[in-house]
Design a protein around this ligand. Structure first.
Ligand code: GTP
Ligand code: MG
Length: 306
């Protein structure tokens, strides 16, 4: 290990680490596993994460502030452009970039652009090769080889976010790249997201996990009211979709789909809020909203400076 990466005897380290990569490589699952809480939503469908989300891991020897970002892809509409912009801008705002990839023996075309961004940036980059539970040990070496030829990563760490494998090594490597300094957040903070935002995301997660094809990608959620009563939280939310036909699919025959989405979201919200939840969901159409800059911004997908 290089001298500059070594930690002084009592040098506490702290800093920001952005997690970037193509859609669906497991960025949000990995961030959740690193902080030990299911804060970012995940699903088997690409483009699950739409906004950056910070979480904090506080350890005795240092503090890591992770930024989970949307998967970088070829954007096809204003929402996609917002997502790519959100992810890409973090590269120049952090102390270390953690790129996440899958154990493949050839760097996929979609990653060339990400590697170009890393080349232009003046920030150390670590690669985590995720989903190692899906391959045999001998299939890992060609992946490590391909990526070490593609970019001078400071470290390459194989992990399985799903099985929490390799996470200690990854944490150690990331801490070694942080500047010395006091913690950035107090030790009780795990995220700055509001309960309202987190519950909205849990509803979107339930929609993503239960609906198919293009329907869930056009879903946006707005929490209309959220009141804490003595024995429960009373929450009312709108699920927006892009077409009348999508509305029918979200409601389902006799309301069965909406019921399924509602129960899954309620269970997750109860876990998060540690209290019973009464959840009322309404489905509305906002025609082709992902194509409209204005509508995209109105759902909260806007740059901080807007
Ligand atoms: N087998 C296996 N599956 C994993 C692992 N990590 C994540 N996954 C799965 O990969 C899928 C995508 O995970 P996400 O965490 O949502 O991926 P992401 O990179 O955040 O995706 P976007 O937000 O769309 O960019 C989910 O089905 C996860 O369960 C892993 O280590 N092993
Ligand atoms: Mg994600």
């Amino acid at each position: 290990m290089r001298g500059e990466e070594e930690r002084g005897p009592d040098g506490y380290r702290s800093g920001f680490v952005t997690i970037i990569g193509r859609p669906n490589v497991g960025k949000s699952t990995l961030m959740n596993a690193l902080v030990g809480m299911e804060l970012a939503i995940t699903s088997a469908k690409p483009q699950t994460t739409r906004k950056n989300m910070r979480t904090v891991l506080t350890l005795e020897e240092g503090q890591l502030v992770f930024v989970d970002t949307p998967g970088i892809h070829k954007a096809r509409n204003p929402l996609g452009e917002y997502m790519d912009r959100s992810a890409e801008k973090t590269i120049n705002e952090v102390d270390c970039v953690l790129m996440l990839a899958e154990p493949v023996s050839c760097v996929p075309p979609g990653e060339k652009h990400i590697l170009e961004l890393l080349e232009k940036a003046d920030v150390p980059a670590v690669l985590a090769i995720n989903k190692i539970d899906t391959v045999k040990k001998n299939e890992l070496l060609p992946a490590i080889d391909a990526y070490s030829k593609a970019f001078p990563f400071r470290h390459i760490v194989p992990v399985s976010a799903k099985n929490a494998e390799g996470l200690e090594e990854l944490t150690r490597v990331l801490l070694s790249l942080m500047p010395e300094g006091a913690p950035l957040y107090d030790e009780d903070t795990v995220t700055e997201e509001t309960e309202r935002e987190l519950v909205g995301e849990l509803i979107r997660q339930a929609a993503l996990r239960n609906l198919h094809d293009e329907v869930p990608h056009g879903v946006a959620v707005s929490i209309e009211s959220m009141k804490e009563e003595e024995r429960l939280w009373r929450i009312s939310a709108n699920i927006y979709c892009e077409k009348n036909s999508h509305k029918g699919m979200i409601i389902g025959k006799g309301g069965t789909m909406l019921k399924r989405i509602g129960s899954a979201a309620r269970r997750d919200a109860e876990k998060l809020l540690n209290k019973h939840v009464a959840l009322d969901l309404f489905v509305k159409v906002k025609k082709d909203w992902r194509e409209s800059e204005k509508a995209v911004r109105s759902f909260g997908y806007r740059d901080e400076t807007d």
